[in-house]
Design a binder for this molecule. Structure first.
Ligand code: ADP
Ligand code: MG
Length: 620
C-alpha cells in the first residue's frame, strides 16, 4: 500500500463510518475539519512560506460575522429582498471572502515585508484589534454576538445537523488540500518555498517575493474566512469568544504540532489538539476532583513537551514510521509530454553583455567600490580578484541588482539597470551563484535547480492548483535534469540538496543558474570547497559554457584556477581597480604583486601560473 492509498482508505473509512458515529463524535469531527482548514492555510503561510501568524482567528471571525450579519440584519434583508432567503448565506460567503481579501491584501501589503519578530507581533496586534472590534460593535451584537443564523441548504437539502454538514466540511477540506498540494508541486510552489530562505536568493531567481508573500498571506486568510463561514452556519450563532488571540495561538499550535511543513500535518494537528482537549476536559476534573480550567495548564505543558521532542511537528515522524511498511509512491507521472520552453538567443562572441561605468559604492564613510569600470563580453571568462575586503562582493551585488551604486551606472545588454530589482536582471539573462551557498536544503537537487527556470514558465497559481500546468511543469523538470547532468551531478538529482558536499552544492547553484538560460553568469567563489578533480571538472564546464557563448564573471581565490581559466583578470584593492588585463600581464604587474605581498618585491618574476599562484594566494 502506498501513502496515497492509505489516505484514501482513511477518507473512505470516515465516509462509511460517518452515519454510524454518535452525534457528538460527528460534531467533533466537523470541528476538526473546520480547524484543519485554517491550519492548512497556516501550513502554507508559516511552515512553507516562513511567515508566522497568530492572527488567523481574526479572519475566521470576518468569515463568520459577515454571513451572520447578512443573514440576520434588517438592513441586509432589505437589500436582499429580491433573493430567496436560502441564498443569503452565499451572499454572506461572498461578502466574507471579499472583506477578508481586501483586509488581508492591505494588512499583508504592510506587514509581510517586515522581517524577524515584527511580523508575528503585527499579527498579534491585529488579532487583538479585530477581536475587540467585534466585541464592541453594537451592530454585530457586542459581546453577546448574533443569534438565529439559518442553516445552510443546498438544492433544497438542509445542512442543519453536523451529520449532514460534516461531510460538506470534509469535502471542502479535502478539495483544499488537493489544490494546495498541486500548488506546492509547481513552479509557483517552488517560488513559495523559496521565500523561506530570504529575499536575496528568490529574487535572483526571478521571484517577486513581496507579491508572492502577500498572495500566500491572502490565501491563508481566505481559507480562515471560509472556515468561519462554515462554522457560523454550523453553530447558528456567533460571538467574539471563539475568535480571540488565544484561539489564534491554538491554530498555530495545530499547524506546528502537526508539522508545519506538511499539508497533512494540519489535519493531524487539528485532530490531535481537538481530541486531546476534549479528553482532558473530561478526565481532569474527575482525576483532580475539582473543576476549573486545568486542561489549559496540562495542554500547555504537553505542547512544550511535543515541540521540544518533535521540532518539525509530528507528521514527519508519522511519515517515517509509516514509511517502513508503506510502499514508496510510484514516480512516473503519467501522460503529459513536456511543452517547449522559451530559450534566449545567445549573443555573438565579443558582444558586450554587462558593463559597469565608474561604479562607486559608499557605506557611510567607507568607500567599498571607487569608480570601478568593468565589462563582460559574450564568450569570455572574466575574473575579479583581490584581497579580502577589496570590494568584490559589493561589486557583485551592484551588477546583479541586489544593491544600487551610489554613483555610476550598470548596464545589462545595453539597458541601464539603475534602480531595478535583481529579478529584472534575471529576466534579462543574468544568472548567478552565491558566495554562501543558498539552496533549499530539504528539497531535492532537482527542485532547487528547477527554481532557476522559474522565469521560463508562465503558468500561475490557478493553473497549478487545477493541475493545468502539467506540460509546462514537465518541461521545467526536464530542463532542470538536463542542467544537473550537464554539471555532472546526475546521480544526485533526487537527493536532498543538503546531503551533498559543500563543493557539490556550489555546482548545484551553477546548474540552477544555467536552468534560467542566462547569457551572462556571475559566480562568487565557485571553486571554494571543491577537491582537485572537482575543480578540474568545473573548469572544464566553464570552458565549455564559454565556448557556447556565455560570458562568465567569476570571483575566485584559487589563483591557479583563475589564471588557467580566465581570459581577462581585473584586480581590486581597497575598492579600486589596480590592474586589468590577461592573466600573464596581471601576474607581472608590480602593483598587483605589491598589493598581495605588502611591498615585498619577488626575487624573480614568476614564470608559470602555478608559481604566480603561490605568490598571489591571498594572505587572509
Ligand atoms: P570582498 O568580497 O572583496 O572580500 P566586500 O565587498 O565584502 O569585500 O567588502 C568591501 C568592504 O566594504 C569591506 O570593508 C566591508 O567591511 C565593507 N562592507 C561590505 N558590505 C557592507 C555593508 N553592507 N555595510 C557596511 N560596510 C560594508
Ligand atoms: Mg566576498
Amino acid at each position: 500500500m502506498t501513502r496515497r492509498q492509505l489516505m484514501l482508505l482513511f477518507v473512505a473509512a470516515l465516509a462509511v463510518a460517518w452515519p454510524l458515529l454518535p452525534e457528538f463524535t460527528a460534531t467533533v469531527f466537523s470541528y476538526i475539519g473546520l480547524y484543519a482548514l485554517v491550519a492548512a492555510g497556516l501550513v502554507m503561510l508559516t511552515g512553507v512560506g516562513g511567515m508566522t501568524s497568530f492572527g488567523q482567528a481574526a479572519f475566521v471571525a470576518i468569515g463568520a460575522y459577515a454571513t451572520a450579519w447578512v443573514c440576520t440584519s434588517p438592513t441586509a434583508a432589505a437589500a436582499l429582498s429580491a433573493l430567496p432567503p436560502p441564498l443569503w448565506p452565499w451572499v454572506g460567503l461572498a461578502l466574507g471572502l471579499a472583506l477578508t481579501f481586501v483586509l488581508a491584501w492591505a494588512l499583508g501589503g504592510i506587514t509581510v515585508k517586515l522581517s524577524g519578530h515584527y511580523l508575528p507581533l503585527c499579527t498579534i496586534a491585529w488579532g487583538l484589534g479585530l477581536y475587540y472590534l467585534f466585541g464592541n460593535l453594537q451592530a454585530l451584537g457586542g459581546q453577546t454576538g448574533i443569534t438565529g443564523l439559518p442553516a445552510l441548504s443546498v438544492f433544497g437539502i438542509s445542512l442543519a445537523s453536523p451529520r449532514v454538514l460534516g461531510p460538506v466540511i470534509w469535502t471542502v477540506l479535502l478539495l483544499t488540500l488537493w489544490a494546495l498540494h498541486n500548488l506546492l508541486d509547481s513552479r509557483e510552489g517552488r517560488a513559495i518555498r523559496a521565500l523561506k530562505s530570504g529575499r536575496l536568493m528568490a529574487e535572483s531567481m526571478g521571484v517577486d517575493t513581496a507579491r508572492q508573500r502577500a498572495r500566500v498571506f491572502v490565501l491563508a486568510a481566505l481559507l480562515a474566512a471560509l472556515s468561519g463561514w462554515l462554522y457560523a452556519h454550523m453553530q447558528r450563532f456567533v460571538n467574539p469568544t471563539p475568535f480571540g488571540l488565544n484561539v489564534g495561538i491554538e491554530y498555530l499550535f495545530m499547524a506546528v504540532v502537526g508539522g508545519a511543513g506538511h499539508l497533512w500535518g494540519a489535519v493531524l494537528g487539528a485532530m490531535l489538539i481537538t481530541l486531546l482537549k476534549e479528553q482532558l476536559q473530561d478526565w481532569l476534573p474527575r482525576l483532580l476532583g475539582a473543576s476549573g480550567n486545568f486542561e489549559q495548564i496540562v495542554f500547555g505543558l504537553l505542547m512544550v513537551l511535543v515541540l521540544q521532542r518533535f521540532a518539525e511537528g509530528l507528521w514527519p515522524t508519522v511519515a517515517r514510521w509509516s514509511g517502513r511498511w508503506l510502499r514508496p509512491e510510484r514516480e512516473g507521472r503519467r501522460g503529459v509530454p513536456p511543452c517547449a520552453l522559451p530559450a534566449r538567443a545567445m549573443q555573438p562572441a565579443g558582444a558586450l553583455l554587462l558593463e559597469a561605468r565608474a561604479v562607486t559604492k559608499r557605506f557611510g564613510g567607507l568607500v567599498a567600490n571607487s569608480a570601478v569600470d568593468l565589462t563582460l563580453r559574450a564568450g569570455e571568462v572574466h575574473a575579479l580578484i583581490g584581497p579580502n575586503g577589496a570590494g568584490k562582493s559589493t561589486f557583485f551585488n551592484m551588477v546583479s541588482g541586489v544593491d544600487d551604486p551610489t554613483e555610476g551606472e550598470v548596464r545589462l545588454l545595453d539597458t541601464p539597470m539603475q534602480g531595478r530589482p535583481s529579478r529584472e536582471f534575471a529576466a534579462r539573462g543574468l544568472g548567478r551563484t552565491f558566495q554562501h551557498v543558498r539552496l533549499l536544503g530539504e528539497r531535492s537537487v532537482l527542485e532547487n535547480v528547477a527554481l532557476g527556470a522559474h522565469l521560463r514558465g508562465r503558468r500561475g497559481w490557478w493553473a497549478a492548483m487545477l493541475r493545468l500546468d502539467r506540460a509546462e511543469e514537465a518541461a521545467l523538470l526536464v530542463e532542470a535534469r538536463r542542467q544537473i547532468e550537464r554539471c555532472g551531478l546526475g546521480a544526485f538529482a533526487d537527493r536532498p540538496a543538503a546531503s551533498l558536499a559543500l563543493g557539490q552544492q556550489r555546482v548545484v547553484e551553477i546548474a540552477r543558474a544555467l536552468a534560467g538560460n542566462p547569457v551572462a553568469l556571475l559566480l562568487d567563489e565557485p571553486a571554494a570547497g571543491l577537491r582537485h578533480l572537482e575543480k578540474q571538472a568545473l573548469a572544464g564546464l566553464l570552458a565549455q559554457l564559454r565556448g557556447e557563448g556565455l560570458g562568465i564573471l567569476v570571483v575566485e581565490h584559487d589563483m591557479e584556477f583563475v589564471m588557467n581559466l580566465a581570459d581577462r583578470v581585473t584586480v581590486l584593492e581597497f575598492g579600486t581597480v589596480i590592474a586589468e588585463g590577461t592573466p600573464d600581464a596581471v601576474q607581472r604587474n608590480p602593483r598587483v604583486l605589491d598589493a598581495y605581498l605588502g611591498g615585498a618585491e619577488p626575487a624573480a618574476p614568476p614564470t608559470s601560473a602555478t608559481a604566480a599562484a603561490a605568490v598571489l594566494e591571498p594572505a587572509a
